[in-house]
Design a protein around this ligand. Structure first.
Ligand code: F6R
Length: 256
């Protein structure tokens, strides 16, 4: 894992945006895995500002709430449209999110997996992290080999997401999420985490044991993961000075 610690979320986002922009420029037909939530908002704004060509990219989002229509203001379809897709030149058929209104959820999950495979797999997967270490909506004790499927959100995640819905009771209980096994098949995973409330989950993911109690720790098994943090999210990392030093010593050919 490469750990990049920046003074602020803005600086960490700038660094991640440079990488995303490079991938999009160098591989205009890339398949991107995308995330929602508060964390990637700045990144999407930054990518929009860079006026990149999205016309031949394909995107797959990590997850969607079950029971919310694409028009629902808290659906991830809506989130992605408002925060990214309507600002860039990508067209509908290239954009993929799980269908939260599907009648047959297992069939929808299989369709999603098949579509990712048919697109050639995900080149670059963006991830946030929950305060309990979840990635996608793979909550604690998710199988580290899981595939796209239904998950029941934990009370903690519903509390964390109540800020978007106005109340915890309004947060749906079920979601469709890519599995951890699905995420680990992306060729490069980029995880962003900002703020003190993520510090413990980040330390567990990066330096703790690989355990289903911190689903993001499964990323330790992936050959190519980059983690962009602000100081607050890095606060509980035992080796943070080492990560900083490694970053400063990077040979020029490795920098973006
Ligand atoms: C969203 C997702 C989740 C979030 C996580 C952090 O698509 O997959 O794993 O990344 O819940 O959410 P924020 O960024 O709102 O703190």
């Amino acid at each position: 894992m490469e750990i990049i610690i920046q003074p602020t979320a803005e600086a960490a986002t700038q660094a991640a945006a440079r990488w995303f922009a490079r991938v999009i420029r160098e591989n205009p037909t890339a398949v991107l895995g995308l995330a929602t939530g508060g964390t990637p908002l700045l990144l999407y704004r930054e990518l929009v500002a860079r006026q990149l060509d999205w016309s031949r990219l394909t995107t797959f989002n990590l997850d969607e709430y079950i029971g919310l229509s694409p028009q629902h203001p808290q659906s991830y379809h809506h989130f992605m449209r408002e925060n990214l897709f309507r600002h860039v030149n990508i067209s509908g058929p290239q954009v993929n999110l799980p269908d939260g209104l599907a009648n047959a959820i297992p069939a929808e999950c299989e369709r999603y997996e098949d579509k990712i495979r048919a697109a050639g797999g995900i080149e670059l997967q963006l991830l946030g992290i929950g305060t309990d270490g979840h990635i996608g909506f793979n909550e604690q004790t998710s199988s580290l080999a899981s595939r796209t499927r239904i998950k029941t959100l934990t009370p903690r995640t519903r509390q964390d997401n109540a800020r978007f819905f106005g109340s915890e009771a309004a947060v749906p209980q079920h979601v469709i999420t890519m599995g951890i096994g699905t995420i680990l098949e992306a060729r490069h995973c980029v995880l962003l985490a900002f703020g003190a409330n993520k510090a413990r989950a980040v330390a567990g993911a990066v330096e703790g044991p690989v355990t289903a109690m911190n689903p993001a720790s499964a990323l330790q098994l992936h050959p190519r993961v980059t983690v962009y943090l602000d100081e607050a999210a890095a606060a509980e990392l035992a080796l943070k000075d080492y990560y900083r030093w490694v970053f400063e010593q990077k040979p020029a050919w490795q920098t973006v």
